[in-house]
Design a protein around this ligand. Structure first.
Ligand SMILES: Cc1cc2nc3c(=O)[nH]c(=O)nc-3n(C[C@H](O)[C@H](O)[C@H](O)COP(=O)(O)OP(=O)(O)OC[C@H]3O[C@@H](n4cnc5c(N)ncnc54)[C@H](O)[C@@H]3O)c2cc1C
Length: 426
């Protein structure tokens, strides 16, 4: 299988694969059994990635990365995704990867110096705090309740967030808050750079969840109770928080798709080896046509997903926002990887469920992908809205000959009319 990855991208991906095969996977196999990796081991993995020149490829060289173009760095995310330890080794791990991109995009020089460089180096960790308990921001982010008000040369933040990935381990949090009540939320929210040690930041708990054992990252519920930050902790311009969030999320969704694609490919690799080694009913299981066909279907869907991800990435690299292609990738890839991992578990029988192999962790972890970064339904809204644009009314001429089928249309005749008032921030 060959895509239009450049020679530089392929070379980088080869180095990433070597790191995975020689260092990361052997370590992951040693840890097998539901153990989380220590920070000391993470540091060793990162040193190995640096030695092989595949550390933070997506970040600018001036902040400690390799300065590789987003499109060329993308295949590294896929190689890294083959193990829960790959992304953290190569510093292409969420949520830091998206947050570093956000800082690069909108941060001021002080924020970059204080947070971006140490984040790239791996000395700091971060969280992105947008989702709130009911009835606050979730699939519909304009329900946001967290506020920030200006008092002198400080911002005072009040709110309640949950599901902030890595919130407990984080040194710094990127907090989305309402800064202007008089306008639509998408035009009246800002992002603040909040050190977790600031007074009023209260970590309530790690929300219990499935998946994500080997890296062992928290998903935190956090109270922001009159948290004061100096005005220079505003990220970018006031009231443009959703614009920055959207710019963070577009590429981040594709990097997520790539990591999960790597996970699904590894799951299938494990399943195929198992089927090829296991006898039953007079032959190797790998000879059973019913299983072969299911593997073939899973490989086909992954191929389609990987091609679509690269297409969307090409568009982003060319300066497009590519919201519809990104939404299509997100929905399709999330379904394809979930089904592939489910199949791999099935193929390995009890060992698909056990913890000697990584499949049960993959199975637990992958389920989130149809919810995070916009649930399936939210992305389908984006795709559907586009699909219903520019309809060719002449197609109904054969019917209108016999009278106007007005019952098939709204008052304005615009099928998107019902959604017009709604922005979509996903
Ligand atoms: C593992 C994990 C990590 C996360 N990390 C972060 C993080 O770091 N920072 C952060 O801010 N948030 C994070 N989140 C939260 C995540 O972004 C939200 O869960 C997601 O946006 C959905 O919001 P919600 O949970 O409030 O679901 P709700 O808004 O309550 O929606 C529930 C379900 O309703 C359905 N639905 C929603 N809208 C529609 C519609 N228009 N039509 C039909 N069906 C619909 C969807 O199936 C959706 O899953 C994380 C979540 C998980 C599971």
């Amino acid at each position: 299988m060959r895509y239009d990855d450049s020679e530089r991208a392929r070379e980088l991906a080869r180095r990433a694969r070597t790191l995975m095969d020689e260092v990361v996977l052997p370590l992951e196999r040693e840890l097998a059994g539901g153990v989380s990796v220590s920070e000391g081991t993470v540091a060793e993995l990162r040193a190995a990635a640096r030695d092989r020149d595949v550390y933070a490829p997506q970040l600018p060289a001036k902040y400690g990365g390799m300065g590789v173009d987003f499109r060329d760095a993308l295949p590294v995310f896929e190689e890294a995704g083959r193990s829960p330890l790959g992304p953290v080794a190569m510093r292409v791990d969420a949520p830091d990867e998206g947050n570093m991109h956000l800082l690069e995009l909108a941060g001021n020089e002080l924020q970059k110096e204080t947070y971006l460089e140490p984040l790239v180096a791996g000395g700091l960790r971060s969280g992105f705090s947008m989702t709130e308990p009911m009835q606050g921001a979730g699939s519909d982010p304009k329900l946001i309740e967290t506020t920030a008000r200006k008092e002198g040369d400080e911002w005072v933040i009040d709110g309640h967030k949950w599901w902030t990935t890595q919130g407990i381990e984080a040194d710094v949090l990127f907090v989305l808050a309402r800064t202007n009540e008089d306008v639509h939320p998408y035009e009246g929210c800002s992002i603040f750079v909040v050190p977790t040690e600031a007074d009023g930041v209260e970590i309530v708990r790690n929300v219990p969840h499935i998946g994500g054992i080997t890296r062992g990252v928290s998903h935190a519920e956090i109270l922001y109770d009159g948290v004061r930050v100096p005005e220079e902790h505003l990220l970018g311009e006031r009231d443009r928080g959703f614009v920055y969030a959207q710019e963070r999320l577009g590429p981040a969704r594709l990097t997520h798709c790539m990591r999960y694609s790597g996970m699904a490919r590894r799951a299938l690799e494990i399943a195929k080896v198992y089927l090829n080694a296991r006898d039953g009913f007079g032959s190797r299981l790998s000879a059973k046509q019913s299983l072969r066909h299911r593997i073939a279907d899973a490989e086909t869907r992954l191929h389609v997903a990987r091609t679509a991800i690269r297409d969307a990435a090409d568009r982003i690299s060319a300066g497009e926002q590519a919201r519809v292609p990104v939404s299509m990738c997100k929905v399709f890839a999330a379904s394809a990887v979930q089904d592939a991992i489910d199949l791999a578990v099935q193929c390995c029988g009890a060992n698909g469920i056990g913890r000697d192999l990584p499949l049960s962790e993959f199975y637990g972890t992958v389920r989130q992908f149809r919810i995070v970064d916009g649930a399936d339904e939210v992305h389908r809204r984006v795709i559907a809205r586009h699909a219903f644009e520019d309809l060719e009314e002449a197609e109904l001429e054969p019917l209108t000959r016999f009278g106007d089928p007005v019952g098939m249309r709204g008052e304005s005749g615009d099928p998107n009319e019902v959604n017009e008032a709604e922005f979509v921030a996903e």
